[in-house]
Design a protein around this ligand. Sequence first.
Ligand code: AMP
Ligand code: TRP
Length: 335
Amino acid sequence: MARPRVLSGIQPTSDSFHLGNYLGAVRQWVPLQETHDAFYMVVDLHAITVTPTAAELRARTRVAAAQLFACGLDPERSSVFVQSHVREHAELAWMLICMTGMGEAGRMTQFKDKSAKYGEGSASVGLFTYPILQAADILLYQTDQVPVGADQKQHIELTRDLAQRFNTRYGAKTFTLPNPYIVKEVEKITDLQDPTAKMSKSSSSPQGILDVLEEPGTLRKKVMRAVTDTGSEIVADDENKPGVTNLLRILSALTGTTIADLEARYVGAGYGTFKKDVAEAVIETFAPIRERAEKLLANEAELDRMLAVGAAKARAVAQETMEKARDAMGFLPTH
Ligand code: AMP
Ligand code: TRP
């Protein structure tokens, strides 16, 4: 039997991934290569919704790709590519845009969050249609499962609605309906300075974020200064101890120790000892990734070649889906 298909994407909108991206998404992608037919992409078309300069987009796309390989994605075992290299993404997005209601798109909470900082009416139309481009990304590959953090759940629901609508209107078998693949324990890593908010490259302060490519010394400082809660017990309690709980989740995920075992281990220990262990676990995880990413970035030609291999594999699947979708919708054949 064919393996189920998995697909996910990450935006090249900063100079490094952060711990939330890593634990909530990319780390899940690595083992899925062994059990699934895997497609992972750097979503550069999504990144232009927030208007980077050309130099920023170029550099960040390569940095993102290098980090994916450095985290363990293997060009032999999965298709790792850059979204804009497969033109079909933009084409299918347009078809789906024409099938999405304004109200339906307006209900996307990420748009509301992200557009708030631009002021009334100033966010781009691209930011508004962003989730529909994501739906196109997913549907082009007949994706079964989408490994992401909790913040993407609503976009995957929209994707399912659009697939269902297309299939009902134009042809029952055009698109596979995808499911989210979300690991509960790490679905929302929070900001070290504001542990009730998501760790986020767009809204967290630098002190609240742990970047994968950051210096060990800086990582250590940030963890040691993380907001903890009143009292001195190291126990998981989302209501009353969101800061300690976030650090427990991080340490648990990084060391493979259950939260209950960690709670038992730190009975009577102070926050200082606990935070030191969290810092060391983060540094130990990130240091080899950083080293591999730097090596990959030192040879851009090779990195670009690896991405070209991924794009060729992705294109073959995307083109097949597009032929079906064009024909189903009533576009004339090109030959
Ligand atoms: P983005 O950087 O917005 O492209 O996000 C890439 C992936 O990281 C998506 O699957 C997000 O859901 C996930 N992600 C982003 N921030 C967090 C977080 N704080 N906790 C868990 N997952 C996250
Ligand atoms: N919107 C996603 C995010 O911000 C990135 C993304 C784009 C994506 N296309 C995708 C994720 C397709 C999963 C599948 O994180």
